[in-house]
Design a protein around this ligand. Structure first.
Ligand SMILES: [Zn+2]
Length: 61
């Protein structure tokens, strides 16, 4: 087991998933910075909705 690799993994995952959001209306995936989404600067490409939720909260199995 490599401890260093294990420690770095969660951070890498966080970076990846913090930038992926899911449109609550049409379920389209949008890549954007968390801050820009919070400021309401990011819209869904398909339906122009600003209702986005972070993909990170979707944890199954
Ligand atoms: Zn949408």
């Amino acid at each position: 087991m490599n401890h260093m690799t294990k420690d770095k993994l969660p951070e890498a995952y966080e970076r990846m998933f913090n930038r992926v959001f899911v449109c609550m209306k049409c379920n389209a995936r949008i890549r954007a910075d968390l801050q820009r989404v919070r400021l309401g600067k990011v819209k869904c490409r398909k339906c122009k909705s600003k209702s986005l939720r972070p993909k990170a909260k979707e944890r199954r199995g």
